[in-house]
Design a protein around this ligand. Sequence first.
Ligand code: HEM
Length: 506
Amino acid sequence: MEWLCPAACLGLLLPLLLLLLISRLRRCRLPGEPPLDKGLVPWLGHALEFSRDAAKFLSAMKQKHGDIFTIKAAGKFITFLLDPRSYDAVLWESRCKLDFGQYARLLMDRMFDVQLPDYDPNAEKVMLRATLQSKNLPSLTKAMFFNLQTILLSDPSKPSRQWKEGGLFHLAYSTMFRAGYLTLYGNESKNYEDASGQAQDLAHSLEVYNEFYKLDRLLMKAARSMLNAAEKKEFGSTKKNLWKLLSVRSLNHRANRSAWLESYQRHLVDLGVGEDMQTRAMLLQLWSTQSNAGPAVFWLLLFLLKHPLARAAVQGEVEGIFRTRRQTIGQMQMTSQEVLDNTPIFDSVLNETLRLTAAPFISREVLQDMPLRLASGREYILRKGDRLCLFPFISPQMDSEIYEEPEKFKYDRFLNSDGTEKTDFYKEGEKLKYYNMPWGAGINICIGKFYAVNSIKQCVFLLLSHFDLELKDPDAKIPDFDKERYGFGMLQPENDITIRYKLKDQ
Ligand code: HEM
C-alpha cells in the first residue's frame, strides 16, 4: 500500500476544509429567525440522519432547540414546527406565502413521472372531494363491502376450515388494496356476485397488487432520489408494467367505475393531458388512494391480537350490532352508515392505532420572507426559498405532555367513561384543537377519510366475524417501523408477523 505524504494529505484536506468553511459561512441565523442547525457535512447537512430515521432525528433536534428550528438537508433549509398549538398559523396561511403545490409537483415527477399542465392541487382536491364524500359515500361503501367479500370469501385459495398460516401485513395490505382498487377503478362485470366476474377480479386485482407492492418497496428511495442503478432499473420496469395494467383504454372497459374515476379522467382530459400521461396519473392516484388503509388494518389487527381486552371489547361491539339487528354473521351487511357510525369502541381503537402509526409531514414552500407568530406569542422570520414542515407524529401524537405513556397502545384512550368519544386533550393546561392528526389537517386533510374509515371497519369486522385469527407466536414482538417511511403517511413494519387463520365454524 502506498502512503500519502503529508503534503498530499494537506492537499486533499484543504479543499474539504475550505468547503466545510464556506458551507458554514454561507448562511447564518439572522435575528428573529428560528435556531439554525446545518450539521457538519457540506451541502448534505443532516440529510443522512434525517432520511435514516426522521422521528429520532427530529426528536433530538426538538430536545436541543425547542419547538421550532431550521435544519439543512441536501442543500435545502427546512424549518420544522412541532407545537400543535401553532399549527393553525401554517395550515391556513395564504398560498402566496406558503405554497403546498410546488413540493407536490416535485414528488409527482420524481416518483411517478407525472407532469400536469396548470396543475392546481387545491382545485383538484375540491373537485375530487365531492366524489369520495357526501352523496357518493353510500355507493362507495356498498361497492367496497361487495369487493371485500369477493377478496376474502370468494377466493378459492383463502376461506377454509383448516388452519392456514400467512403474514398479517400481507393479508391486510393485499385485501384492502385489492378491494379498494376494484371499488375505485371498477370491476370486470357489473354484477358483483357473477362468479366469472369475481374470478377475473380476483386475478386482475392480485396482478395489480403484486406489481404495486414491488413499486412500494422502492418509492421512498425514489422520493429522496436515492435509488441505485439496479433499483432504478427495477423501479422503471415495474412502473411500465403498472402503466400497462392501468392504461386508460383498459380502464375505459371496466364496469362499476366510481364517480371518482370518471371525474378524475374528465379533469385530465379538460387539462389537455394525453393518454400516456393520464395513465401515469392513474398510478399516482393508485398510490394516493390505496397505500394507507391496508397498513392501518395491519396495525389495528395486530394491536387487537396483542391486547385481548381490546379485542374482546371490539368483538362485543360487533356482536351487539348483530343482536340488535337480529342478523347472523352470514347476513351481515356492514353498509348502512347508521351502523358504521355506531361503533365508539372501534373508533377509539382506530384513533389510537393511527395515533401510533400515521406519520405524514405537512409541507409548505416559503414563497416570501414572512413572520410566523406562534401560540406562545413569539414571532419568527421565515426565509423565502426554505421549506416549512409540520410533523404531528412527534407532537401531538407522541407527546408525553398530551398523552400518558404515549408509546403504549390503550384501546380506550379516545373514550369517555360514558362511552362517548373523548375529544379533550391538553398541553400545558390548554385544550388542544389538534390532538391527533393521522388524516392531516386544513387544506391537507385526507379527502378519502370517511370512505377510508368505513372500509377499514368493514374489513376488520368481516375478518373478525368470519375468521378465527391468532398470532402463530403469541409472544411475537410488535415489529419496529420501516424508518424510511416517516413523512409519507402510514408507517409500515420492518418485518411481517405470522398469523394462523381459518373460517369460523358457524
Ligand atoms: C388510514 C387511511 C388513510 C390515511 C391515514 C390517510 C391520510 C392522508 C393524509 C395525511 C393526506 C394528506 C396528504 C397531504 O396533503 O400532504 C391524504 C390525502 C389524500 N387521501 Fe388519504 N389517507 C387514508 C386513506 C385514504 C383512502 C382510502 C383514500 C381513497 C379514496 C384516500 C384518498 C386521499 C386523497 C385522494 C388525498 C389527496 C392526495 C393529494 O393531495 O394528492 N386516503 N390522506
